[in-house]
Design a protein around this ligand. Structure first.
Ligand SMILES: [Zn+2]
Length: 321
């Protein structure tokens, strides 16, 4: 995902604040996905939620500056939006966000603001997902219909989505899955933050025993495809079904037996809903399909621009004037 190189200038806070990148004296880290945590790796002074600091292995944190508050973003555990009051004006930077709640975090909070810098990953009218309840119901039916006779391997992003799939298997299907060691380590951190996740780490005696009969596993999405399923089927002498849970399942044919459009990002409808509730005077479309989203918003009568149209390393107070 392309990140904007935007900075925020807050009165009474001398350094400009880097939004999800490390090119600033002080950095805001919206959530723990690695494409947003360069400030942690660069050991820059930063602020984030307690959950994000824990999941991203941040050693130290800067106090949240005056005039700034963090709002839940609904994207994954700990994900936050930045809300700032500047010279009598207000600004929200959403970072990655989603309005509907997931099984491991609440949906995004919305506050009225003058300027909205909004994530636009799915900023296209063609990107409208079925409701999360509907997708989870399809997943439940599919798992229940197939788990007694097949090994099922779910592919998911190791942080955030994988933990939601484990929670789904626990709560909807009564299944304790085998998980990869990396996913297990992140599940352990989720548990330290209060989210219970029943799972068995792969490579243990217990997981080897489980794999002698049909089982369900959650693995990193990059390694799960039809070819992997076929090789595993030969090795286990058991039929193997592969599945992915991703918003991209809505628009692409993914190379697995079954793909579910379970997304951690707002779709086009949720983006419009957010704008309607936040009533911004100006919208900056960032993170993804910014140009396309800004074009559609302009057609709908909104004052919108893409972040690429306002130049790199801008001081965001300029957009408030
Ligand atoms: Zn993310």
């Amino acid at each position: 995902m392309l990140l904007p190189n935007m900075k925020l200038k807050v009165p009474e806070c001398e350094p400009h604040i880097a939004l999800d990148h490390a090119q600033g004296e002080l950095c805001f880290v919206s959530h723990a996905h690695s494409d947003h945590t360069s400030a942690v790796r660069s050991l820059k002074p930063l602020f984030a939620t307690e959950e994000t600091l824990h999941l991203a292995n941040a050693k130290t944190a800067h106090p949240i500056p005056k005039n700034i508050s963090l709002l839940g973003a609904g994207h994954m555990l700990g994900a936050a939006q930045l809300f700032a009051r500047l010279d009598g004006q207000s600004l929200t930077y959403t970072g990655d966000f989603k309005l509907s709640p997931s099984l491991t975090c609440k949906g995004a909070q919305i506050k009225e603001c003058d300027t909205l810098v909004m994530e636009s990953t799915y900023g296209s009218p063609s990107m409208r997902f079925p409701s999360r309840e509907e997708v989870l119901s399809h997943m439940e039916k599919w798992v229940n219909a197939n788990s007694s006779k097949n090994a099922i391997i779910f592919g998911a992003y190791t942080m955030g989505k994988a933990q939601e799939i484990v929670k789904f298997l626990n709560d909807f299907c009564g299944i304790t899955p085998i998980v990869s060691s990396r996913i297990d380590s992140i599940c352990a951190k989720y548990e330290e933050l209060g989210v219970r996740l029943l799972r068995v780490r792969s490579g243990t005696e217990e997981s080897n025993e489980m794999a002698k009969s049909p089982f369900v596993a959650v693995m990193p999405s990059r390694s799960v495809n039809l070819q992997f399923g076929s090789s595993l089927s030969g090795a286990l002498n058991m039929n193997v079904l592969t599945a992915l849970a991703s918003g991209w399942a809505h628009s692409f044919r993914l190379p697995v037996d079954r793909a579910f459009p379970l997304s951690d990002h707002a779709d086009f409808s949720e983006m419009l809903q957010y704008i309607d509730s936040a009533s911004p005077k100006k919208i900056v479309c960032a993170l993804g399909r910014g140009e396309e989203m800004a074009m559609h918003l302009k057609k709908l009568g909104y004052n919108a621009i893409a972040d690429s149209q306002i130049g790199e390393r801008i001081a965001m107070q300029a957009t408030l004037k």
